[in-house]
Ligand binder design. Structure first.
Ligand code: FE2
Length: 258
């Protein structure tokens, strides 16, 4: 048993009882609230038509493998990983409006979730990803890689710097453009708090037209995907500030967006 798992279970205790029940003191989670999550199949979002499951889902019990976290080394995460204006720089600064994005990761009961690995990826200012399948006819930026990562602190807070991503066309429907967004992947304290989502910007005219955004039918839940402009987070003469808080699971959960 890994040392971390042993610590969760407690000294001298077996994690699995004779009948397979969980006897550890690992945290258990409330059932996921599907009322705030997008459906697997949303007709307006064409990719979901082919990828959504055709058979009823099989609920998995919250056993030790779901309640203990993915284990990864924190040592490899460096401070520069959180600064996308510098982590891909070759011979200068990336083009575009500099932004700072900050927020807190909390659990279903509003408590901070420290030690959460957050990974982000986004387009450059022209709306182009550094990816071989992105054939959008927009320029790459030699000084922008478009990916970063960080680990939340003791208060569940994270901060990164980047440039505002550009809108880009996609093939979902005629004249379809995605609103500006940043992809987030979170590895919380356990596999059942895994979250992949997207952060949007306030006042984006494309939001009311975007099937991915609209696939979250609950308006309050949908709007939790939109960051807030923040004067406090803004850095004078340098970067516009945005706040984006993330809730893992529960009634106020940040919806999954893929
Ligand atoms: Fe995207």
């Amino acid at each position: 048993m890994p040392a971390e798992t042993a610590a969760r279970v407690g000294p001298g205790r077996s994690p699995i009882g004779a009948c397979g029940e969980i006897v550890s003191n690992a945290k258990t989670y409330l059932p996921r609230d599907w009322g705030v999550q997008p459906p697997y199949l949303y007709e307006g979002y064409k990719s979901t038509v082919t990828r959504s499951p055709r058979k009823p889902l099989v609920p998995l019990p919250q056993t030790l493998s779901e309640l203990t976290g993915p284990v990864y080394g924190h040592d490899a995460v460096q401070a520069i990983d959180a600064d996308l204006t510098r982590n891909g720089a070759v011979n200068g600064q990336p083009l575009g409006q500099r932004i700072k994005v900050t927020g807190r990761v909390t659990d279903e009961n509003g408590r901070p979730v420290p030690g959460t690995l957050i990974e982000i990826w986004q387009t450059n200012a022209a709306g182009r990803y550094v990816h071989k399948v992105d054939t959008h006819d927009a320029p790459l930026d030699p000084n922008f890689f478009g990916a970063g990562r960080f680990v939340t602190d003791a208060d569940g807070r994270y901060t990164f710097h980047s440039i505002r991503p550009g809108e880009y066309p996609w093939l979902n429907h005629d004249k379809a453009f995605r609103p500006a967004h940043i992809h987030f992947s979170l590895l919380g304290p356990s596999f059942v708090t895994r979250l992949v989502t997207q952060m949007y910007f306030p006042g984006d005219a494309l939001l009311p037209l975007d099937p991915i955004f609209l696939s979250v039918s609950d308006e309050d839940a949908r709007n939790r995907l939109v960051s807030r402009y923040s004067v406090v987070a803004t850095e004078a003469d340098y970067a516009l500030g945005y706040e984006f808080d993330i809730v893992l699971r529960g009634r106020n959960a940040t919806p999954m967006v893929a």
